[in-house]
Design a protein. Structure first.
Length: 137
């Protein structure tokens, strides 16, 4: 390849980047724990909304994978398309979380806790995959 030629981007197989089994199992375990603890504390609805937050986080991650997969298969990936996809997705999730959080007090806060816990789960899962990949090199 000469200096003037640009390397064509290689499509990324998103399923291989983040395997969703581990985050799903961790989210399910945390959801069960949230339901048990919130039930024991007399706020079962908070646990239910925590599970909803975990589910929204899982849905968001799956939609991110799908949108990145669609954008990266083209020869010239569009950052604008990816940005608008993220903006719409996050606006919907934020609207749902704020609606539940504001209108169902105090237990509605559980949805924010679920979203936050899911972010920790996905960071831990992604980090573990990255470390495993580095060790194999």
């Amino acid at each position: 390849m000469s200096a003037g030629e640009a390397a064509s981007p290689t499509p990324i197989h998103v399923q291989r980047v983040i395997d969703m089994r581990r985050p799903f199992l961790m989210a399910a375990a945390m959801g069960v724990l949230a339901l048990v603890v919130s039930g024991l504390l007399g706020h079962i609805l908070m646990g239910v909304f925590g599970v909803v937050g975990l589910g929204l986080g899982l849905l968001n991650t799956r939609l991110v994978q799908r949108s990145v997969g669609k954008v990266t298969v083209t020869e010239n990936p569009s950052k604008k398309a990816l940005a608008f996809s993220a903006l719409g997705r996050l606006a919907i999730i934020t609207a749902i979380a704020l609606g539940i959080g504001l209108f169902i007090r105090p237990d509605g806060i559980g949805i924010f806790l679920g979203l936050a816990v899911f972010q920790l789960i996905i960071i831990a899962s992604t980090s573990a995959s990255a470390v495993k990949g580095l060790r194999q090199q």
